[in-house]
Design a protein around this ligand. Sequence first.
Ligand code: GAL
Length: 633
Amino acid sequence: MKPTLGVCYYPEHWSPELWPEDARRMREAGLSVVRIGEFAWSRIEPSPGQLDWQWLDQAVNVLGEAGLQVVLGTPTATPPRWMLNKHPNMLAVDVEGKPRKFGSRRHYCFSYLPYYEESKRIVSLMAERYASSTYVMAWQTDNEYGCHDTVVSYSAAALEEFQLWLEKKYASVDRLNEAWGNVFWSMEYGAFAEVDLPNLAVTEVNPAHQLDFRRFSSDQVVAYNRMQVDAIREHSEAPIAHNYMGRIVEFDHYAVGQDLEIASWDSYPLGFLEDRSDTTEEWRQRFYRQGDPDFQAFHHDLYRTVGHGRWWVMEQQPGPVNWAPFNPAPLPGMVRLWTWEAIAHQAETVCYFRWRQAPFAQEQMHAGLLRPDSADAPAIGEAKQVHTEIEELGEIEHGQAQVALIFDYESCWAWQTQPQGQSFDGFALALSMYRGLRRLGLSIDILPPSTRSLSDYKLVLIPGLLSWPASLLAQLEEHQGAVLVGPRSGSKTEHFAIPAAMPPNLPMLDCKVAYVESLRDGATRLVEQGGEVFRWLEHLESNAPSLETMADGSPLLVGNERIQYLGGWPNEEALHRILLRITEHLSVDTIAMPEGVRQRQTASHKFTFNYNAEAVEFKGDVLPPTAVTIEPI
Ligand code: GAL
């Protein structure tokens, strides 16, 4: 497969006279894909029912005739102002019960049926009009579900739908009371109509109630996306994608991905680095112009699975963004490195966001491939270079990784609901394990707990998984390779209660978590073999061999060559040793990577990336700053 490059373009922002020249320059830069349309509702339908397709027809034709393949976005993330006049109750409502106003984007509530119908109408009309266009090669539904904290809505519509959802799930209110443990604090309900949304209570709402509300909220996103997919499918056979946003875990991306042909995500490495709380200040200083060396790769590996193998970067940061606390320019070479890294993880297409920097409105400080005066911005040169290099390299063959990491959205919701220590975060735990594997030079597949097969993996890591699906347990019983189960896994039932057998509730391992402690920021406990545990420590009772112990002699890691349970959040040093030990007996090649140097292997090539601002020695070679090396294997 030969990857392609593309760009996000907003024809409605520019005079039609500019479009042909823009299209010509896109092609000249080696770009062959252009995504348009996803925020243009107010121009497609300036007032209710009055449709103006003429400009969009023209834009699709101009771009298509220049040789660009068009990805058409449905415009539902930005309902126009008239929509609110028509449907004053369409707004999402925040946890404080306040409606989220018009004036930016994503202000709709997924549960509000009249807006669902309006969305279906505009998507159908768009699909009908462009299904026969030979220039439209794919669709994008909406834009970044969940961005700006927009999945969970505490609206009247959500309440109504949630009660129906509960009734469907539990059938009788007694079963709900039993499942949630509502005898506690006399929370028992007499009817589904009495169950409220889990906000504005005096203190913490029952975590089982909260988790079900999070499941419901995720299901609403899945249903809304499916409605768009069905509306497109009635007219068009072109593949359908959604552009997910990094680190957003508020809905189940695997479930949305079931209905789509392509997964894509929006990669803003510098914005994400500044925006995140799970790295140290020193780390952010070191990588502030390069991005976290594992964050992009984690998402690439995740979306390869969400897209069943077909995935893109729909928006690639090209220069400073406008939305992070600080917005530096990438080091020269980083736009190229990010692009190649996506390709190394088997991206089909990488699109830069955006073509020309807009001189107006919210994103006027966000770089594009062109400056507002249409002169080239720095990233366009790097895009051209990647295009030339892709042409020279030839085919890259896909391959399967030897290591799998199970990542689960529902578990993220559970630990947000009950962190138990304020710095416990399910995503951060998974990323730290992933980072540990990458520090050993390993290539990784990220899989859902519902995965159908683990048999091809030599090592499976399962950090922080809420509860055990029967199918996963059955696969673990059979698994020929090694399994490392991480802290908090199996610590609850599906109804958010402590399992009768006690965590980690693993039939094949003699181990019980007697009690847990969360550690305040900065507090650590020493591990006998070296390194520390931070954030989270479990006290284990086990007759299985103790492979790692805390300084006081209590077990930290127990098990055998096949399955091990880790009862704490290890720091880099401890994790490194734990991973080395478990891989020792497996035929996987590990190598201690210099910090900031990462590699990925496909069936045909080995890619090495230097995220450092300095040259680094690696395997006898000197890797210059931001270097990308590609070796055939
Ligand atoms: C993305 C979004 C784009 C644009 C971009 C700016 O989250 O999808 O529309 O806002 O961020 O970095």
